[in-house]
Design a protein around this ligand. Structure first.
Ligand SMILES: [Zn+2]
Ligand SMILES: [Zn+2]
Length: 327
């Protein structure tokens, strides 16, 4: 299916800046109408071939630039419960990338070029948002040691305490990404999202973006969500045990009761940059603008720079090490 402008017939898309549907051709707002059907093989607009692979639920036609959404991957069990519409538009994201990397030395010359930055695409990534009731108990022995001197004697007093903690922690909307293609560490870093902006799912929010349906279901991903929740719970509990010299015989007991898992689409801007046969992927939180990724180092520029300024190898190496810390 595609969204068409009633006024001019062009592809209507969701505009993050305006927060509404928009036609980039005739500039009209809320003029969209849904043209359903079309299947996944060819573009409804130009008849060109589409390549949605196993998981894409929305793509941009390579031939005519129309954003096509696939019914069979957004309905039934694949219908998301909620969606977080893009908040940042492409222009804002390009500016953020420029600002972030403008001062980075030795990046390849075209890394921030208009041509390269225009290739940025927005993509909705499938997530499950888990609610857990967690009960966490700790039993341990804590010691406190007091030392003092009296005359020629030194005294040491060791007091032992039975340390007990029993807490319930409610986790709400703990996110786990359900996309194989997206590196888990990048997705974990790109969080947090402000879930107050979640909307009930509507396909119109997808127009103008790529999207994936979930690759793994909520049951398959549940262990990963639980591990994440347990680690967070442990960190919270550890903060309550302070002031002891030693802690011994510690036993932790955690039970995690899964209340629900909502299927959500969350917005990510993607910038893929190829340099010397290697892919560099940048992800930006489509709501907050948080950027995850490391630009390639152009060795020609490092050596060129080093040779002019320092003229010796050791100084160049120092620069590279500094650079590694900065990025
Ligand atoms: Zn129009
Ligand atoms: Zn097309």
């Amino acid at each position: 299916m595609i969204y068409k402008c009633r006024n001019c017939g062009a592809n209507a898309i969701y505009s993050p800046e305006k927060g509404t549907m928009y036609c980039p051709y005739c500039d009209s707002q809320d003029s969209e109408e849904l043209a359903p059907g079309g299947g996944m093989a060819v573009c409804m607009n130009c008849g060109g071939e589409l390549n949605p692979g196993d998981y894409m639920s929305a793509v941009k036609c390579e031939h005519c630039g129309t954003y096509v959404i696939f019914e069979e991957r957004t309905e039934g069990t694949y219908k998301p419960h909620v969606i977080l519409p893009f908040k940042l538009g492409k222009k804002e994201v390009q500016e953020k990338i420029r600002a972030r990397y403008a001062k980075a030395a030795f990046i390849p010359a075209d890394f921030l070029s208009d041509a390269k930055l225009s290739e940025i695409e927005g993509m909705y990534i499938p997530f499950f948002l888990y609610d857990f009731d967690c009960r966490y108990t700790i039993k341990a022995t804590g010691s406190k040691i007091r030392r003092w001197r009296s005359g020629s004697y030194e005294y040491t007093e060791t007091s032992l305490y039975q340390v007990e903690r029993d807490a319930t922690i409610d986790f709400e909307k703990l996110p786990v990404d359900a996309s194989i293609a997206m590196p888990d560490d990048a997705m974990d870093l790109i969080e947090p999202y402000d879930y107050k902006a979640l909307e009930e799912f509507q396909t119109k929010y997808m127009s103008g973006f790529f999207a994936e349906k979930y690759n793994m279901d909520a049951t398959e991903l549940s262990p990963r969500a639980k591990d994440k929740a347990k680690a967070d719970a442990k960190a919270i509990m550890n903060k309550t045990i302070t002031g002891y010299s030693t802690i011994t015989n510690r036993t932790d007991n955690v039970t995690m009761d899964e209340k629900k898992a909502d299927y959500a689409l969350l917005p990510v801007w993607c910038y893929s940059y190829q340099y010397k046969g290697k892919d560099y992927l940048f992800k930006m939180n489509g709501q907050t603008g948080k950027i995850v990724g490391k630009p390639p180092v152009s060795w020609e520029r490092v050596f060129g720079y080093g040779a002019t300024i320092f003229g010796c190898t050791s100084a160049i190496l120092t620069m590279i090490m500094l650079l590694a810390e900065v990025l």
